[in-house]
Design a protein around this ligand. Structure first.
Ligand code: ZN
Length: 264
């Protein structure tokens, strides 16, 4: 038996509990004997995480559900296996249901042909859908569900008192979850989700990757400003809403203008 190392009352992060980073952050939220997991990570680490849960003495029969923060492979590839081991249900946002139930390797980013990347994505049945404003009860704990699209259209965050389990919205260094059209990123929605986090009275952000950190207005402001800039940058392809250089080019073509010093 191991001593539990909760990071907040009722919240254990399993990598921190293990003293070793095995993958994405996996939060075990509990009250009394009842508990849930928020994300489970890759299939190959499921048994390690389950063993940690056994060592900190949570009865498997009291696992209420496994919750997916969103439908990206590094968070949810192990759902089918964890569900089988723990004999419980799976909970996700409605936008995550089709990719998870069909084991869609493209939307979950399990398969990136151009990078020779191909991972299995075992399909898993979703029993419960949750959306913004819903409450997940664990014992007497009330977990408030936030829908925070941007990184993906299924991204959820979970508020427990002063803490937001903030998913792939923002990390301690100001980086954000990957922007990629293939898994449903939306830059405008991302800005709104980050503004919502900034403007809330949440004190702590517990992200899906890396360390926990304070909800700091300056960090959020500089990140929001950067992400808003992506809307007008060719770097983000079809996810940008405009590219000002093309307006300049229109004018220069119409005027027959070339750079100073270049003669026809
Ligand atoms: Zn992700």
């Amino acid at each position: 038996m191991l001593t539990r190392k909760p990071i907040f009352p009722g919240i254990i992060e399993l990598n921190f509990q293990a003293g070793e980073v095995l993958g994405c952050n996996v939060y075990l939220v509990y009250d009394g004997d009842e508990w849930i997991l928020i994300d489970v990570g890759y299939e190959e680490t499921v048994e390690d995480f389950v063993e940690i849960i056994r060592q900190v003495d949570f009865p498997f029969s009291r696992c209420k559900t496994l919750v997916a923060t969103h439908a990206d492979v590094d968070h949810i590839q192990g759902l089918a296996k964890a569900k089988q081991l723990l004999k419980t249900s799976v909970t996700a946002h409605p936008n995550a249901v089709a990719p998870l139930q069909s084991g869609d390797t493209l939307i979950t980013l399990a398969e990136i042909a151009a990078q020779d990347l191909k991972m299995a994505m075992p399909p898993v049945e979703i029993e419960h859908e949750v959306n913004d404003g819903d409450i997940i009860e664990v014992g007497s704990l009330q977990i408030e569900v936030w829908h925070t699209p941007g990184h993906t259209n299924s991204q959820l965050a979970f508020r427990i008192g002063d803490v937001l389990l903030s998913g792939d919205n923002i990390y301690r260094d100001g980086c954000i979850g990957a922007i990629d059209a293939h898994h449903g990123s939306d830059i405008k929605a991302f800005v709104s989700s980050l503004e919502r986090i900034r403007d809330s009275d949440v004190k702590w952000l517990a992200p899906s990757h890396g360390p926990i950190f304070a909800n700091d207005r300056d960090l959020l402001d500089s990140t929001i400003q950067r992400v808003r800039g992506y809307l007008k940058m060719a770097d983000f392809g079809t996810l940008a809403e405009s590219w000002p250089l093309m307006d300049e080019w229109d004018e220069e073509v119409a005027a027959g203008r070339l750079p100073d010093g270049l003669t026809q």
